[in-house]
Structures are given as structure tokens and as C-alpha cells.
Ligand binder design. Structure first.
Ligand SMILES: [Zn+2]
Length: 151
């Protein structure tokens, strides 16, 4: 189903077409992701898309839900960014399931420039093109350690 907020239904993979959560991503990120997923498929691994691009409204809603779940903005910030700072809103991040896919990416992602950014979010991947030659940069413990979130 087409959802302009960037919500993703069950069972969506990175190969689905016409889904704003995918089509609004940085095209270079999407291409790297699909290339990795193609190679992972020969190992029997499927990349399920749990989240990709999000509209600012959807991101705000997720943050509100996280604040009520975690009890404070400070605690919620360890998991959910604001619409102004989230790399999902800018089209620069994907959340991939399931565990076999994130394990595959953890081992092979750097070859495609796909890097885990936060220790506490093994499903969250972003494009770091320099990783292809130099490996992924050091991870942050959680998003509150990320300088991009200090806005
Ligand atoms: Zn994410």
C-alpha cells in the first residue's frame, strides 16, 4: 500500500517498488542496499524493510510515542530522533530486519558502504561510501552520542 508518511507495512523488502519509504531514500543508499540484498539472497537471506524514509510528521509521531513509552525526552532520544535531526527524514537511513539480515550486514555491509551507526540499534544502517575501502567508522553507543543529534 502506498503510504506518503513513510510507514512500512509487514513483509516489505528492499526490492519493492513504489513505496515512499524506499523511493524517497538517497538513490545511492537504495542502490547499495539492493546490491547487498541481491548478494545476501544467494546466502538465503532476505532484507525486510522495517523503516526507511519517514515524513517529518511520522517522525514526530514516533518521537511522541517514544516519550510516552520511555517516560522522558532524554530517554526517548536514545532511540528516536527529532524530525529535524533524524537521518530517516533526510532519506539517509534504513532499519533492516530480521536478525539473519542484520548479521549478514554486520559481516558484509562495509563492502557496499553500508554501516551500522549505533551500538544499540543493530538494525539501523546508513551509507558510508568510504567504508568500501577503509571499513566502517567507529559506532556510537546510542544516538545521544552522535554529534548530528545535538541540534
Ligand atoms: Zn533507524
Amino acid at each position: 500500500m502506498l503510504d506518503e508518511t513513510g510507514r512500512v507495512g509487514d513483509g516489505v523488502t528492499v526490492f519493492d517498488d513504489g513505496i515512499p519509504a524506499l523511493t524517497n531514500l538517497d538513490p545511492v543508499l537504495l542502490e547499495a542496499l539492493r546490491q547487498a540484498a541481491t548478494d545476501a539472497a544467494s546466502d538465503g537471506v532476505v532484507f525486510v524493510l522495517n523503516s526507511g524514509w519517514r515524513s517529518p510528521e511520522y517522525q514526530d509521531q514516533l518521537l511522541r510515542e517514544a516519550i510516552s513509552e520511555y517516560g522522558s525526552l532524554d530517554e526517548a532520544a536514545r532511540w528516536v530522533a527529532t524530525a529535524a535531526t533524524s537521518p530517516h527524514v533526510s532519506g539517509d537511513a534504513v532499519d533492516i530486519g530480521h536478525v539473519d539480515a542484520t548479521a549478514w550486514l554486520s559481516e558484509h555491509g562495509a563492502e557496499y558502504g553500508l554501516c551500522q551507526i549505533y551500538d544499540n540499534e543493530p538494525w539501523h544502517y546508513e551509507l558510508r561510501p568510504e567504508a568500501i575501502e577503509h571499513g566502517c567508522p567507529a559506532t556510537y553507543a546510542d544516538p545521544t552520542q552522535d554529534p548530528r543529534m545535538q541540534q
